[in-house]
Design a protein around this ligand. Sequence first.
Ligand code: ADP
Ligand code: MG
Length: 390
Amino acid sequence: MNIHEYQAKELFRRYDIPVPEGRVVHSDEQALAAAEDLGGERWVVKAQIHAGGRGKGGGVVIADSPERVRQAADRLIGNRLVTPQTGSDGRPVQRVLVEQAQEIAQEFYLAILIDRVSQRITLVASDAGGMEIEEVAAREPQRIVRERVDPAVGLLDFQCRKIAAAVGLKGTLLPQAVKLMKRLYRLFRDKDALLAEVNPLAVVAGDRLLALDAKMDFDGNALYRLPDITDLRDFDEEDPKEVEATGHGLNYIALDGDVGCIVNGAGLAMATMDAIALHGGRPANFLDVGGGASPEKIANAFRIVLEDANVRGILLNIFAGINRCDWVAEGIVRAIRDQAIEVPVVVRLAGTNVAEGWMIMESSGLDYLRAEKLDDAARKAVEAVKGAAA
Ligand code: ADP
Ligand code: MG
């Protein structure tokens, strides 16, 4: 789960990680008042959306008077911001962060993330701050340093010093960096984060280190024990279909193909998507209905999949262990009847109560394509979608 920059900075503040003074506001008038309240001579107005690259997209504006702050806020709030990370539609901006502008002497990149290869929490840093780290990794990989954390001992001072020295921090900046990294690591661990990224981490006037940007991503599986983090969730930033699916206990991820998939089990769902691709089709989504799926759950799955206007056919692939094919069949029949489904539906059932399942399907008198095996089902679905498109 991602959060906004201003929320991440509030967490940073709680962990004594230095950030600029700032106020989050929802209107241009509030922005003007925030600038006056903060004082100083230059301010930064920053669009709050769950995407980076805002600087490049015009979502980070330097202003040299409170009136200019107001104008920048007026331009950003209520409009969509397009950045290299949002796609061409952009994201709606509902609030901006007004901060004191800092005199930047140097910018660094610092992140803590989980490295899947080494299975370790890993610190990543670079002296090429402010830029997209993917670009740095592609062009100048030698400018990125990494340090893995042994979970048994945690992050040690010498590791932080090593990173700080490797990116060229010297003098009083070195101990500041060590403290900052250790606090960021503590935050990361306390809140079950998947990513804590500071880009840029800046050296500002008075030889101080300051986190000018802050991005955090949290493990959704840990949210049940972190009510303070759960409260930071912004549903406006998420795909409404995915939000609705979560509410129904379905695991749904929107993709850009045209074959809708309703499958039980994440592994089978992946295999089904592969089989569709193998037959020249493109899945419209990943959807795992889980175990013990009731007829209502199956019907809900149909509704969510069909909310995607690109879907031209549906492949239902159930290998029932805990599930029951008769319940699933009841759900399919209900969905096709109640939702007046017009796209072709391919059904593959196997496992518990499969005979009863097919009986319900056959006696319904509804139109659908029957398949016995995964490969057969995928082929039929791809052909049906192509036929429907022709
Ligand atoms: P994004 O990563 O989405 O582009 P950032 O928060 O990193 O947004 O801002 C982009 C750039 O704007 C930064 O690299 C930095 O140079 C500048 N910037 C951001 N916040 C401040 C600030 N408070 N004072 C001065 N410059 C800033
Ligand atoms: Mg940034």
